[in-house]
Design a protein around this ligand. Sequence first.
Ligand code: C2E
Ligand code: MG
Ligand code: MG
Ligand code: MG
Length: 288
Amino acid sequence: LVKENGGDGCHRFDPGVIRHRELRLQMLGELSEAIRQDQLELHYQPQVQMADNAVIGAEALIRWRHPRRGLLSPGEFLPVVTGSELEVPMGQWVIRNALAQLDAWQQAGLNLQVSINISANHLMDPGFTDYLRSHLLDHPEMDPAMVTLEVLESTALDDMQRAGNVIGECRGMGFQVALDDFGTGYSSLTYFRALPIDLIKIDQSFIRNMMADTSDRAIVESVIFLAKQFRRPVLAEGVETLDHADVLRQMGCEQIQGYGIAKPLPAADFLHWLRDWRQRYPTPPQRR
Ligand code: C2E
Ligand code: MG
Ligand code: MG
Ligand code: MG
């Protein structure tokens, strides 16, 4: 059921490990129930285009409304899901629901795109592109260009060639692909060179520190410069203040996302927020 490290038998008598393993199994059981009982939710965080403050779309971020423990963030349960038999079904749940939201926005006449986080094992799962393709066939009204698949740069660690092929196949179907948390991997430049991607998301750690730390600022500047050479837009994550936004604008960063604009919101709240934002920053609804 769960991929374990070791498995040499020694751990069997360590009560701490047994407890850990029990908790993990218990959580996996609860999570598979959660998928069936609709306890999972996607919250949406707006992504804003610098040039005109237009909201171009939103990133879907998973939450678990636990019956006893309240709203859990992905950091509290994704580590248990990773490597388990739930990783693919949960990833499919996310894709299905995010695409349903995209459809609802489109029906409402909102020109928004949606960004979906794809886990490493899900991307490399042999059925991944088939799932996307069959979804496209079932929903011919869906425009894949309005969907960005966010792939962690560390995804490609094991098999860069294959990761590149899968990403290429997704783009061949018309999806956009973003490299998430850019700059946090061991060989970011190698990923950047090897992977055919449409957008770079600079990791929030660089943005957070860039006001105080001149080397982080230099890194942000360099990433934006590099991306421009390859004609790839850059999105800065973790934009918490107006100062961040101003500095990024001066650097030529195209898109921003962060608490400074809005936290991730349930779909209904996101719509209210969007209405207010568009009143404050009216723009023609023609994007990307
Ligand atoms: P990520 O994809 O890099 O998403 C950005 C994370 O930073 C989100 O945390 C978001 O709430 C948070 N964030 C956004 N703006 C700010 C800011 O201004 N300041 C700070 N301090 N944080 C900000 P969240 O929702 O807890 O998600 C954490 C990670 O979990 C995500 O990082 C992503 O890697 C993963 N994740 C979330 N949802 C999914 C999902 O549906 N599928 C998969 N495979 N992974 C997901
Ligand atoms: Mg992401
Ligand atoms: Mg990120
Ligand atoms: Mg992250």
